[in-house]
Design a protein around this ligand. Structure first.
Ligand code: FE
Length: 130
């Protein structure tokens, strides 16, 4: 078995775990653009001490490149934990992050998210140079 075999994928409109990538389809080389990542845009994912999204990673795979490049790692670390007990805390981080990015090649944006009890989920979106 390979690690990649454990990563699930699905249409984010039908599966609450699949990460959502919001980014332009086309950018100019070196132009700064924004990528927004989230989980649960269509079907909300639970956000409790027992069940939540831990992190989302963003990668860029340039066309024709053997390697993949990690662009960002966004952690969501408050899920109602408290001295009073689970879910009694004052803060619940939502699985949402925006980063600014520029690229020098066409390729694919790939997001991977981790649910603490339902594992890894990925989605991807092509990115073309104008
Ligand atoms: Fe889950």
């Amino acid at each position: 078995m390979k690690f990649g075999d454990t990563i699930q994928s699905a249409d984010w409109k039908a599966e609450k775990h699949a990460p959502v990538i919001e980014a332009p389809e086309t950018v100019a080389a070196g132009q700064v653009f924004h990528v927004t990542l989230s989980v649960g845009k269509e079907i909300p994912h639970p956000n409790t001490t027992e069940h939540h999204i831990r992190w989302i990673d963003l990668y860029f795979k340039p066309e024709g490149d053997k390697f993949i490049y990690q662009v960002g790692h966004f952690e969501f670390v408050a899920h109602g934990e408290s001295a009073k007990g689970a879910n009694q805390g004052p803060a619940f981080t939502q699985p949402f992050a925006t980063c600014a990015l520029q690229v020098q090649a066409s390729g694919t944006l790939i997001a991977v998210s981790l649910c603490n009890i339902h594992g890894l989920w990925e989605s991807s979106q092509p990115l073309a140079l104008a």
